[in-house]
Ligand binder design. Structure first.
Ligand SMILES: Cc1cc2nc3c(=O)[nH]c(=O)nc-3n(C[C@H](O)[C@H](O)[C@H](O)COP(=O)(O)O)c2cc1C
Length: 242
């Protein structure tokens, strides 16, 4: 929430129409917990991101903001984007991995929206303390991402520019969430990834318990899968009740 406590106006961004989702979840007038920035230049052909996004849309407290839908001509409304960011304590950036990075509109968005004196610098504190979760889908399997794999670097290594951007803006960077090997993925595997993604969104919408060592997990997937295994064994979960 911003310093005025205001949520962004409905329709503040052309094509941005998801304020009603928060209301459907009984959160009328309350700010979304998670702003989900989504970027896919060919959503009509998407399988993986479509499945993830459709599930995310069902969660109360998640405001989905589709950047390519809103700005097909890259004409980003900087003030409207800043209002959306200011109102959300947690931000998710979801996109397919394109050339070991994000689709082009994400770069344009970063270049324009994260202004000096607003997002960073001595006077720029609008994003201080907000959580940022990077969510990527990748054609390559997880085994291809590492020093011995075809892609030579781990996904967190490749996402370092996003991590450092977040840190410069004094945001709280979480281990990324990744759905890898999407091209050969069965429907059942994709469903399992969607279920884990819902856990990730629930995790990012709250403060991580102090005892969770986030840095020791390469991906948030690892932490959540470990937690699910603990729950199956009847051991205490890292998740807070309620
Ligand atoms: C332009 C382009 C670049 C891509 N670059 C990568 C890449 O660097 N690494 C990778 O694993 N997959 C790469 N892919 C594959 C996409 O990540 C994959 O098609 C996408 O995650 C599938 O998600 P979707 O079903 O939502 O489209 C690339 C695909 C395209 C079209």
């Amino acid at each position: 929430m911003d310093s005025t406590g205001e949520v962004p106006e409905a329709g503040a961004v052309a094509g941005e129409m998801r304020q009603d989702e928060a209301r459907r979840g009984g959160r009328e007038q309350s700010a979304p917990q998670v702003l989900l920035l989504f970027a896919h230049p060919a959503y009509e052909r998407s399988r993986a991101n479509r499945a993830l996004l459709e599930a995310a849309r069902t969660l109360p407290g998640v405001l989905v903001h589709d950047l390519y839908e809103t700005y097909p001509d890259f004409g980003i409304d900087v003030a409207a984007e800043q209002r959306l960011l200011a109102a959300a304590p947690a931000v998710v950036l979801q996109h397919p991995l394109y050339w070991y990075s994000a689709p082009a509109l994400v770069k344009e968005w970063l270049d324009l929206v994260l202004q000096h004196g607003w997002a960073y610098g001595h006077q720029g504190h609008a994003l201080d303390g907000k959580r940022l979760l990077s969510v990527v889908t990748a054609g390559g399997p997880r085994s291809a991402y590492g020093s011995t794999g075809a892609n030579r670097f781990t996904l967190p290594e490749l996402l370092r520019p996003f991590e450092q951007t977040a840190r410069l803006c004094r945001m709280h960077w979480l281990p990324p969430f990744a759905v890898t090997g999407v091209h050969g993925m069965s429907d059942a595997e994709l469903e399992a990834s969607v279920a884990l993604y819902l856990e990730a969104l629930s995790f990012v919408s709250g403060e991580a318990p102090a005892e969770v060592d986030l840095a020791s997990h390469e991906l948030l997937n690892d932490l959540l899968e470990g937690d699910a295994a603990r729950r199956r064994r009847g051991e205490p979960s890292i998740r807070r009740e309620g």
